[in-house]
Structures are given as C-alpha cells and as structure tokens.
Design a protein around this ligand. Structure first.
Ligand code: 1HE
Length: 261
C-alpha cells in the first residue's frame, strides 16, 4: 500500500504511525484520515502497541482548512466526514491495542481530538493545546465534545472554544491533556520505550485497560461494576498471567518504589 500522508514502521511488537504532512502542519485531509483509519483498523501483524507521532515542529493543526474551503462541502457531506473522523478515532481508542502519543508544538482543533483518542500522551516542553474552531466560525467534529470535554470538563471546553485560549504544556499536564512532559526531542524516545514495555503485557490485559475503563465510564454504577467483574473474570483467569504471579512470589520482579516513573 502506498501512503502519502503517514509513515508506518514496526520495531518488534511496536508499530509507529507518524503523521508526515509537515508542510501543512500535519493538517488532516480526507485521504490522510483514510490512511490513519486503515492502519489502526488493520495493524501490521504482531502489533501489540502503537506509537502515534508526527514529523516537524507541530503534532497536528487539525482539519485541513484549505481542503474544507476548496471543497465547499454541503451539510450532508460534512456530516459524512465527521462520521469518518469519529469512526477513525473510535478505532484508535477502542481497538484494544494501546496507543501512546508523542506530542510537540501545536496540538489543536482536530489535532487535539486525535490526541484525545490515544491512551497515553507524552508531550515535549513547548507543546500547546487549543480548540480554535470558534474563532474560525466552525465547530468541533472529530469527537472533542465527547473526549476532550471528558478530560477537561464540558464547562472548560466551552471556555476553550469561545476564548480560543492556548494552554501551555504544564497546564495541559494539570488538566490531563498530556500525562508527562519531557525535554526537547524526547517525546518519541519516551513514547517508544513505554510502548515497548506495554507490548510485554498480556494482550487481554491491555484490551481490558484501554477499552474497559472508558466504556465503563459511560455506564451506570451497577452496570459498570458488573462489566468490571466480567473483564476481570477474563483477565485474572488467563493462564498467561500465572508466570507473572509466580515471578512476584519468587521475588524475581522489581518492587514498586515511591516516586518511580
Ligand atoms: C494548514 C493548517 C490547517 C496550517 N489546514 N493548512 N486548527 C487551526 O485553526 C490551526 C490552524 N493552524 C495554525 O494555527 C498554525 O498553522 C500553527 C500554529 C499550527 C503552526 O503555525 P506556523 O506559523 O508554524 O505555520 P503556518 O505558517 O501557519 O502554516 C504553515 C502552512 O501550513 C501554511 O500553508 P502555506 O501554503 O502558506 O505554507 C498553512 O496554511 C498550512 N496550515 N494549519 C490547512 N489546519 C473534524 S472538525 C475539526 C475542526 C478543526 O480541526 S478546525 C482547524 C483548527
């Protein structure tokens, strides 16, 4: 398959997907979205975790505003496109394989919607977050009302959209838009290291973590507790975990330490 807007590489069980449209600050057009959907829907064989990274100084500037202007889409055409964004980002969030994002520069508009679909977000100093759609006279359409609002609260998302304010990396960390701040050039290194570690977990354990917690958040307390039990029933009785438990009893595994990353 020829890819025009992303690159896909594998390092062991880790698949690295890189947005490669630096000249347009990795703005997402229809073809790029399709490439992203295809790779997450049909990962290279043996993939047990993903890194999502981006070339250049900025992670992603969101919707391709040029394409949107040129295509002059009808309401139905834009609805269809939103559904494609939702479908793609749902695959990223719910395929059951952990996705670690390496962020730098602008993570804005649809770029923030994309990042919010990943499971762990590691940001270089200088990364900034914003939803500038309001000032362009448009609205979010890639899932921010669901995913970003759940991270920052709906009230704060309203403020982000009305004010177009930019959050710096530290504020992003405080709000949960990213989970770790690293020095220049370190986001990809750190994301790959975490993805490699995560790839050693049993796949059913990762599946439960990356799909179960978000899904259970949509449920009532009773349903959530029941669903948690069902997931734990499958994960805790998986024969693959017996060796790990044995390694703990025989003191072969590292112990947890305070303040350890
Ligand atoms: C683009 C886009 C884009 C840059 N679509 N072409 N997103 C936004 O409103 C963000 C818009 N972008 C920016 O605010 C800035 O470009 C950045 C802060 C990301 C980077 O600034 P800078 O100074 O490094 O680059 P630049 O000069 O602004 O842009 C470089 C080129 O990328 C330029 O094209 P050129 O042909 O003049 O070189 C820009 O036009 C192009 N470019 N961003 C198309 N977004 C499903 S709904 C989702 C809703 C949204 O995401 S709305 C978009 C929100």
């Amino acid at each position: 398959m020829t890819l025009d807007y992303i690159t896909v590489e594998t390092e062991g069980a880790v698949t690295i997907v890189t947005l490669a449209r630096e000249s347009a600050r990795n703005a997402i057009n229809e073809d790029m979205l399709q490439e992203i959907e295809d790779v997450f829907r049909k990962p290279p064989k043996g993939t047990r975790s993903f890194v999502l990274a981006a070339k250049g100084a900025h992670f992603c500037a969101g919707l391709d505003l040029r394409e949107h202007y040129d295509k002059d889409r009808t309401p139905i055409e834009f609805m269809t496109m939103c559904q494609a964004w939702h479908r793609t980002f749902d695959v990223i969030q719910f395929s059951g394989i952990p996705v670690i994002a390496a962020l730098q520069g602008a993570v804005v508009g649809g770029g923030l919607e994309l990042a919010a679909a990943t499971h762990v977000r590691i940001a270089e100093e200088g990364t900034f977050f914003a939803l500038p759609e309001g000032q362009r006279g448009i609205f979010t359409g890639g899932g921010a009302t669901v995913r970003v609002a759940r991270i920052v609260t709906p009230a704060r998302m309203v403020d982000m959209m009305l004010s177009a304010r930019t959050y710096n990396t530290q504020t992003g960390l405080d709000l949960g838009l990213c989970h770790e701040i690293v020095g220049p050039g370190q986001a990809l290194v750190k994301a790959k290291a975490l993805a490699a570690q995560v790839a050693t977990h049993p796949p059913t354990t990762n599946f439960a973590i990356v799909t179960g917690i978000a899904r259970i958040n949509d449920m009532s307390t009773t349903d959530g507790l029941f669903a948690e039990g069902l997931l734990a029933m499958a994960v805790q009785t998986n024969p693959d975990i017996r060796d790990r438990l044995e390694a703990f009893f025989s003191k072969k595994t590292k112990r947890l330490e305070p303040d350890a990353e």
